[in-house]
Design a protein around this ligand. Structure first.
Ligand SMILES: NC(=O)C1=CN([C@@H]2O[C@H](COP(=O)(O)OP(=O)(O)OC[C@H]3O[C@@H](n4cnc5c(N)ncnc54)[C@H](O)[C@@H]3O)[C@@H](O)[C@H]2O)C=CC1
Ligand SMILES: Nc1nc(O)c(N)c(N[C@@H]2O[C@H](COP(=O)(O)O)[C@@H](O)[C@H]2O)n1
Length: 221
């Protein structure tokens, strides 16, 4: 599985405010760049924290890109994937509409009745349990690969991004740094989780570019 993580942060590294509500950090050109990365991916992955905070849709904004994918024999939109150990995704979440396949990655902590309700709402449930009761991404990616998902774009949030770095699964990282300060010790950052104290993942800087009124940083992991 090729994994491309993309996120937008404030100059102080925050993904959103302490209220965990969506903050518009990217400008129009950056959102268009995000749409292009989505269009190149087989799947877009987020954590359930992002579903609960933002209720995103994760489909393509540009109709031309959807048409081009269909011409290439691919689904019009990439699949949507949510890391959701305990199946907390609301059954009326926007990602469960019929515009793309949606996989919920769950662990053995998920309530079977919730899983039935989510299947009824349109989700494809994939169980991949880690020892810690969360999703084991190595196992989940094996299952997704068997479903034809070879390239995944990760759109956050900070807990999931940390786990992917911790598991050594990230191939590429793009970070848009918007020109605003959010602050707040409780505000989510690019990589939260427990944090590293040694063995910090190091990255190769491959690009620095001005986009809108911010900076796009590109890295290979
Ligand atoms: N500016 C940006 O580019 C983006 C900002 N956000 C913001 O990030 C915040 C949400 O981020 P987080 O709270 O960090 O939630 P998250 O989206 O990373 O989801 C974390 C949840 O995923 C589940 N999970 C299952 N297996 C896991 C594993 N192995 N490792 C980690 N989590 C696992 C757990 O239930 C965990 O609580 C929101 O405020 C949202 O607005 C989210 C995406 C993009
Ligand atoms: N790239 C980017 N820039 C920002 O400024 C953002 N606030 C976000 N947030 C994430 O974008 C996704 C929204 O998806 P839909 O437009 O609903 O399809 C979601 O993952 C947000 O958390 N991203």
């Amino acid at each position: 599985m090729y994994v491309h993580v993309n996120a937008a942060v404030s100059v102080d590294g925050k993904l959103s405010s302490r209220r965990r509500e969506q903050v518009r950090i990217s400008g129009d050109d950056d959102f268009d760049r995000v749409d292009r990365i989505r269009a190149a991916a087989d799947a877009v992955l987020i954590g359930v924290g992002t579903v609960l905070a933002d209720d995103p849709h994760l489909t393509l904004d540009e109709e031309d890109r959807r048409v081009q994918r269909l011409r290439n024999g691919r689904p019009g939109n990439p699949a949507r994937v949510v890391a959701d150990s305990r199946a907390r995704t609301p059954t009326d979440a926007r990602i469960l509409d019929d515009e793309a396949t949606t996989y919920l990655l769950v662990s053995d902590r998920a309530d079977p009745q919730r899983l039935d309700a989510l299947r009824e709402a349109g989700a494809e449930v994939v169980e991949a349990s880690g020892d810690d009761g969360r999703v084991d991404f190595d196992a989940a990616f094996e299952t997704l690969e068997a479903e034809g998902v070879e390239r995944t774009m990760v759109e956050g949030g900070g807990e999931v991004i940390f786990s992917l770095f911790d598991a050594g699964l990230v191939d590429e990282l793009t970070v848009y740094v918007g020109s605003l300060v959010v602050g707040g010790r409780e505000a989510p950052t690019l990589a939260d989780g427990e944090g590293f104290v040694e063995g910090f993942p190091s990255l190769d800087l491959t690009g620095v570019e001005r986009v809108d009124d911010g900076v796009l940083l590109s890295y290979e992991a």
